[in-house]
Design a protein around this ligand. Structure first.
Ligand code: NDP
Ligand SMILES: O=C1O[C@H](COP(=O)(O)O)[C@@H](O)[C@H](O)[C@H]1O
Length: 497
């Protein structure tokens, strides 16, 4: 990880970005917007060029118009800057290509003729064609010794398919030039977890089973399937969200301190956590994991359909749109500390947060009625309002209150504490790190595969049990059983939303 301020704006960091899937949803909604912001912030060297690849018939001018329209649609009025927009669009060129056929790849080599900048290949396409693309890039001689590849999640569907995809990528790109995206790692507060844990001695000494009673990780989405029923129904919430985003968050909370901030030092520690995750035995699967599927309900006061009534739905589907589970990292630091995870679509609001519950004092001297509230909580809010709050207990003010306790936050709201600094989108950060050649925010092959190994045993268990998902109305916090799962331990999901 670079400790120095950005060096970009410097020709040394210029790249040629070759973007496969340049007219797809991710590219038009996220990637071009993020690249534009980097340019606007002066983080994209003048010499950087972008080649968009897709199979539609366009020339470069037409492609620039499409990207320009996508930017207009997505940028806020105060982010629009005509000069920068023009400069950015002038960096773009277009090549029509069928990714599955070797014919046409010579066009990439031709575009690169004489270029001294490293080439970054971004695969914004379904993972099942990563292998073909990597193979053709190699065959056509389009790659150099310093070419990098960026790949999107999900890498496969299970351990076996992810290994096949990783093998195909690895046949052409060595691991130190593979950048596997998990966009949660690019979120500002997620990176702040590293600073919070390892720069603050206060937390460093308390971060273990002696001081922490349990941990909650909630990633709630307000949206439903958003027209992606086909993709989603094959995956389900476990593969779509837990295998990657939630397990990455869990790793950052649970990992031991890395010996330095190098990519591999951090990733080695994350892998140890994934290896230490307790598998679910038959009994634990029924007790500690809840699958749900939303039925019709409301969102923002409007009626919304259930999962099985969405466009293109197969009405027999048993795919889960919600998962809650209690798991444990079986090692010296965390033995006996439950990690409660939950994530779902069509919840009342978009909310991603981690709550660290500290243990109570060994001897309690205040009002017995207040015993339940007498502990500290660290609330790490990833979105929407990024911030960190430490809940502490003070004396309630007023002459008539005696020694009554009052919980209140020591609160750091990033937007109000640092009003001048725009919080960048995850893809901006990640693209910047790719340009710099820094891998610490990207997922290594063994992380992906250990995460799949753990999810696979869970999915196998579900198949054996054949239990259908529990229903929950759109606009609720999930099936009642997910609340019962935590209350049976005498706890509840943190609710101060
Ligand atoms: N969209 C999102 O929000 C997210 C996406 N991802 C991942 O990002 C990747 C891209 O997703 P997304 O943008 O949604 O996918 P899309 O299907 O919207 O885009 C894929 C693009 O690739 C093109 N394409 C596909 N096959 C070929 C081919 N054989 N030859 C030439 N062009 C081809 C498509 O062209 P055409 O339109 O003509 O088919 C389209 O431009 C996937 O791996 C996905 O899992 C990850 C997280 C979120
Ligand atoms: O990767 C994915 O993430 C999004 C949620 O991302 P967020 O940044 O909006 O929290 C999810 O909706 C999508 O299904 C999944 O593929």
């Amino acid at each position: 990880m670079s400790q120095s301020p950005s060096l970009l704006g410097d020709p040394q960091h210029a790249i040629d970005l070759v973007l496969f899937g340049a007219l797809g949803d991710l590219a038009l909604r996220k990637l071009f917007v993020a690249l534009y912001h980097l340019d606007r912030e002066g983080l994209m060297p003048e010499q950087t060029r972008i080649l968009g690849l897709a199979r539609q018939e366009h020339d470069t001018e037409g492609f620039r118009r499409l990207v320009g329209a996508a930017l207009e649609k997505r940028l806020k009025p105060d982010e629009q800057d005509a000069i920068c927009q023009e400069r950015f669009l002038n960096r773009l060129e277009y090549l029509k290509l069928d990714f599955k056929s070797l014919d046409g790849y010579a066009g990439i080599k031709q575009w690169r003729e004489g270029a001294k900048r490293p080439m970054v290949v971004y695969l914004s396409v379904a993972a099942r064609i990563y292998g073909d693309i990597c193979h053709h890039l190699g065959e056509s001689g389009s790659l150099d010794d310093d070419s990098r590849v960026v790949v999107e999640k999900p890498i496969g569907y299970d351990l076996e398919s992810s290994q096949a995809i990783n093998d195909a990528i690895g046949a052409v790109f060595p691991e130190e030039r593979v950048y596997r995206i998990d966009h949660y790692l690019g979120k500002e507060t997620v990176q702040n977890l590293i600073a919070l844990r390892f720069a603050n001695p206060l937390f460093g000494t308390q971060w273990n089973q002696n001081h922490i009673s349990h941990v909650e990780i909630t990633v709630a989405e307000k949206v439903g399937i958003e027209g992606r029923w086909g993709y989603f129904d094959d995956a389900g919430q476990l593969r779509d969200m837990v295998q990657n985003h939630l397990l990455q968050l869990l790793c950052l909370i649970a990992m031991d301190p890395p010996s330095n901030l190098d990519a591999d030092a951090i990733r080695d520690e994350k892998v140890k956590v994934l290896k230490a995750l307790k598998p679910f035995t038959g009994e634990a699967l029924g007790r500690d994991v809840v699958r749900g599927q939303y039925i019709a309900g409301t969102s923002d006061g409007q009626a919304v359909p259930g999962y099985l009534e969405e466009e293109d739905a197969n009405t027999e589907s048993r795919t889960e749109t919600f998962v809650a589970m209690k798991t444990e990292v079986a090692n010296w630091r965390w033995a006996g500390v439950p990690f409660y995870l939950r994530t779902g679509k069509r919840m009342p609001e978009k909310l991603s947060q981690i709550v660290i519950h500290f243990r109570q004092q060994p001897h309690y001297i205040f009002d017995p009625d207040q015993r339940d509230i007498a502990s500290n909580k660290l609330i790490i809010r990833l979105q929407p309002e990024e911030g960190i709050a430490l809940q502490v207990l003070t004396k309630d003010s007023g002459l008539d209150k005696g020694m009554r306790l009052r919980p209140g936050p020591l609160h750091l709201d990033f937007n109000s504490a640092f009003p001048k600094s725009r919080i960048p989108d995850a893809y901006e950060r990640l693209l910047l790190e790719v340009m710099k050649g820094q891998q610490y925010l990207f997922v290594r092959r063994d992380e992906v595969e250990f995460a799949w190994r753990w999810c696979d045993q869970l999915i196998e268990g579900w198949k054996t049990r054949e239990t259908p998902p529990r229903r929950y109305p759109a606009g609720s916090w999930g099936p009642v059983a997910s609340i019962a799962m935590i209350t049976q331990d005498g706890r509840s999901w943190y609710e101060d939303y």
